[in-house]
Design a protein around this ligand. Structure first.
Ligand SMILES: [Zn+2]
Length: 127
């Protein structure tokens, strides 16, 4: 649970958009200003400093950097959740397939038993 003081300094519903630098091809993010809807701050990852950098005037790390981080964390969590559900679906499908294969095998056995019973052969083909 966040404290009231911390909540005041965070963007409640951050508007974060992804952009690509046309010259360098590097991905960056723009975060809409809380106070001015016409202002967007650029948040870029700095490879040398290994940290997000924002072009606003606030003390760093600023709420725009945190907003980008929060969006990326949420995105990663969603991707992880998607992968988990895909994996779970595969596991369930595998279980269904295995059950079906066992049923087919049992039907084959039954067919051979019926054949044995009908003509008196006792050589089990699966032995
Ligand atoms: Zn900022």
């Amino acid at each position: 649970m966040k404290s009231t003081v911390a909540q005041k300094t965070e963007i409640q519903q951050p508007v974060v958009n992804k952009g690509v630098d046309k010259e360098t091809g590097v991905t960056f993010y723009v975060v809409k200003s809380d106070s001015d809807p016409n202002t967007w701050y650029q948040v870029r990852w700095n490879e040398q400093a290994l940290e997000w950098q924002c072009n606003c005037v606030s003390r760093k790390p600023c709420k725009h950097q945190r907003a980008v981080n929060a969006v990326l964390v949420a995105q990663r969590q969603m991707e992880q959740r998607d992968r988990y559900f895909q994996w779970k679906q595969r596991e369930e499908q595998d279980a269904i397939d295995a059950e079906y294969a066992a049923q087919v095998k049992e039907q084959e056995r039954q067919a051979y038993r019926n054949f044995e019973a009908s003509c008196g052969y006792y050589d089990h083909p699966w032995a």
